[in-house]
Design a protein around this ligand. Structure first.
Ligand SMILES: NC(=O)c1ccc[n+]([C@@H]2O[C@H](COP(=O)([O-])OP(=O)(O)OC[C@H]3O[C@@H](n4cnc5c(N)ncnc54)[C@H](O)[C@@H]3O)[C@@H](O)[C@H]2O)c1
Length: 315
């Protein structure tokens, strides 16, 4: 039976990835410090093939009896944490990436690195292709996240050059779905929590900034295709995975107000520093290399997410 190690596997994306790996017949070890993730995200899985361990990836990994794939998903990802947990984030994506790569090297395993569209910063090229080098403020409040993700990619290149490893990098664009924390601070859980509790929805700036939102099962499908593709096609590659349906944040607020039965209205607050004005992936590389594209429309994905937020509110 193949063995996957998933860092950050108790988080939003990591827990969906673990579901998918177990369904595909993998044995899975999760390493998570439960900083922004929760063991409850995996408590529905009473699966003998799941080994859930509390471990901070800034520390060297435990020994295993063999590893086929390391998925490095650990890192707080909410803008709310970028300043309050700046050092932890910066080291998770540097020291933590080193430890993930060392683990893969020791067992001659494949590595999948979770990078982010934030490596493009406030982009001057739109939509963003993998070849675009980005426009990141290296000293701004988002730098501990954005720059450490860029370093995580650079360290992966260094390990590949020095040790000839099979490393695949996914640049994840905004993804949403069940198991996001209600107080996560990212825009969709913010809007849903506010609308469901009858509070006004807070839009930062005038709401004309754009994002494109990928439903979680689509994203996980893309990551798994990248991980399972032949090394000759994807080893050493970086691939954008996200949804190309771009909307303004104000339009997103209107869609949430339509989807939730609520008296909430929209209020406006000043835009945080370095908030990107536009964000939309060019996914032609994922289409070509992986035969992947997203399938779940925003309204449908939001309905599924709202359903889970209702259940969680009742629990
Ligand atoms: N969700 C998105 O839209 C999105 C977009 C771009 C990139 N990403 C990336 O995907 C990955 C997962 O993000 P998510 O949305 O699931 O966030 P999340 O906060 O739900 O999950 C992150 C997980 O990593 C764990 N973690 C953080 N630091 C750790 C450390 N030092 N040691 C061990 N565990 C640690 C957390 O406890 C949590 O379980 C992250 O690397 C993130 O940067 C996510």
């Amino acid at each position: 039976m193949k063995h996957a190690v998933v860092t950050g596997g108790a988080g939003f994306l990591g827990s969906h990835l673990v579901d998918d790996l177990l369904e595909s017949g993998y044995r899975v070890t999760v390493l998570d410090n439960y900083g922004s993730g929760r063991p409850e995200n995996l408590s529905h899985l009473e699966d003998e093939n799941l080994d859930l361990r509390e471990h901070d990836v800034r520390d060297p990994f435990p020994e295993f009896d063999g590893v086929d794939t390391v998925y490095h998903m650990a890192s707080r990802a909410s803008p709310r944490d970028f300043e309050s947990h700046a050092v932890e984030i910066a080291l998770t994506n540097s020291q933590g990436t080193k430890n993930a790569l060392e683990c893969a090297r020791r067992y001659d395993a494949k590595t999948v690195i979770a990078s982010t569209s934030e490596v493009y910063g406030n982009p001057e090229e739109h939509p963003q292709k993998e070849s675009y080098n980005g426009n990141v403020n290296i000293r701004g409040p988002r730098a501990p996240y954005d720059e450490s993700k860029r370093f995580s990619e650079a360290l992966s290149i260094a390990y590949d050059q020095s040790y000839d490893m099979d490393i695949r990098t996914v640049r994840i664009f905004n993804t949403y779905g069940p198991r996001m924390r209600h107080d996560d601070g990212r825009v969709i859980p913010n809007f849903l929590s506010q609308a469901l509790s009858g509070d006004d929805i807070t839009v930062y700036g005038d709401g004309s900034q754009t994002r494109s939102f990928c439903y979680v099962t689509d994203l996980i499908g893309g990551i798994r295709k990248l991980a399972e593709a032949p090394a000759s096609d994807v080893s050493g590659e970086v691939v954008n995975v996200g949804n190309t349906h771009e909307i303004t944040i104000e339009r997103l607020a209107e869609i949430v107000l339509d989807a939730v039965d609520t008296d909430s209205e929209i209020t406006y607050l000043p835009l945080p520093k370095d908030d990107p004005e536009v964000r939309c992936p060019d996914i032609s590389k994922a289409r070509r290399l992986l035969g992947w594209e997203p399938e779940v429309p925003l309204e449908e994905g939001l309905d599924r997410t709202i359903e889970q937020f209702h259940v969680a509110n009742r629990a």
